[in-house]
Design a protein around this ligand. Structure first.
Ligand SMILES: Cc1cc2nc3c(=O)[nH]c(=O)nc-3n(C[C@H](O)[C@H](O)[C@H](O)COP(=O)(O)O)c2cc1C
Length: 345
């Protein structure tokens, strides 16, 4: 099996998962400088924001790093569905004194594009990872032109085979335990989603490219177990959420450190796509899966003002409190320390 040093040029078999909304370049730099692979999530960044973050990384580490993007197909706005969604949320707008006509609609998260690739080509990041499949062959070819290694998430054996046939350099096997959005892209059937210990060995048997394990891994023992199952590295998200370099909100941090973190579910109520988060009021009252929710990522715009008002009152009732099933590795320490502690000895 290829080593992680040969594959990605890093010392430790630890990839800090890209986590849009809770971190930027500071976390990525800290992890890369500690010998793991730091990741910058691009899904919520403007082109100028992306350029600034990449500039910070270039100035602060000479080690390999990863930049990550969503590659969903942007859906057209569906006025009827949007209206039904806002009607469902109406009692909450009333509760917070929000005028529904002031609530903007809009995409929120934009898929990978030629414009994004133009910015990337100024910095030539050594590793680019994708969630929700892959971008067009043309875009992929542009990314490969500067020699970037390409990674993408698979949540089933079929998705792993699909990614291998399109030439990815490694596959992130994302088990059901994982926090944040499911990377699912071939099926909407959530019963196809299986746990990390089941998924990693099956994908490792089915493909010949290296496999990276993700989901529920939160300790050096967990990383060692993933390697024993055939993975070359572990991609870890939730455990980094309390690190000093993360931008995780106070309500999110408090929730991760409370008993509430023991109960996570897959929910589509925050963005329109299934993602794992800690159960809160919004999920309990209209989720976890809701038929009315507009398609990803359109659902998010109507939730945003509720989230802002609630957070201003110190409440996470309307916030996406993304977390995997295993928050036991979360530590409010520097990310370098966490990264070194996650490496099996
Ligand atoms: C807060 C949060 C945000 C996430 N955002 C992204 C993202 O922007 N891109 C992505 O590819 N994966 C994202 N993920 C999923 C991770 O890549 C990874 O699959 C997951 O964190 C692994 O499981 P764990 O959280 O149990 O360690 C996110 C996960 C979390 C917890």
């Amino acid at each position: 099996m290829v080593s992680i040093r040969e594959l990605l040029g890093i010392e430790l078999p630890i990839i800090q998962a890209p986590m849009a909304g809770v971190q930027g370049s500071a976390l990525a730099v800290a992890v890369s400088n500690a010998g793991g692979l730091g990741s910058l999530p691009g899904a919520l960044l403007s082109l100028d924001g992306l350029r600034a973050e990449l500039g910070f990384i270039a100035a602060n580490t000479s080690k390999p790093f990863n930049v990550n993007f969503f590659c969903h197909t942007a859906p057209p706005l569906d006025p009827d569905r949007e209206a039904a969604w806002r009607t469902l949320l109406r009692p909450y707008y009333d509760e917070f004194g929000i005028d529904v006509s002031d609530v903007p609609s809009g995409p929120g998260r934009v898929p990978f594009s030629h414009d994004v690739t133009d910015v990337l080509s100024e910095f030539t990041p050594p590793i680019v990872s994708f969630h929700f499949g892959l971008p067009s062959a043309e875009l992929l070819q542009r990314v490969r032109r500067w020699g970037a290694k390409v990674l993408s998430s698979a949540t089933t054996v079929d998705e792993a085979r699909w990614l291998e046939s399109r030439g990815v350099d490694a596959i992130i096997a994302q088990g059901l335990e994982a926090g944040g959005h499911r990377g699912t892209f071939l099926s909407n059937d959530l019963s196809t989603q299986i746990g990390t210990f089941s998924l990693v060995p099956q994908i490792a048997n089915a493909v010949s490219v290296p496999v990276i394990a993700a989901g529920g891994i939160a300790s050096a023992g967990g990383v060692a177990a993933a390697l024993a199952l055939g993975a070359v590295a572990a991609q870890i998200g939730t455990a980094y959420l309390l690190c000093q370099e993360a931008t995780t909100s106070q309500v999110h941090r408090a929730s991760l450190q409370s008993a509430a973190a023991h109960h996570t579910v897959l929910t589509n109520v925050f963005t329109g796509r299934p993602a794992r988060g800690i159960v809160n009021r919004m999920i309990r009252e209209i989720g976890p899966m809701c038929d009315i929710t507009p398609e990803f990522p359109l659902a998010a715009a109507a939730v945003q003002p509720l989230r802002a008002k609630a957070e201003a009152r110190g409440s996470g009732d309307f916030s996406p409190l993304w977390s995997g099933q295993n928050a036991s590795g979360c530590r409010a320490i520097p990310a370098a320390e966490l990264t070194k502690g996650l490496a099996p000895t």
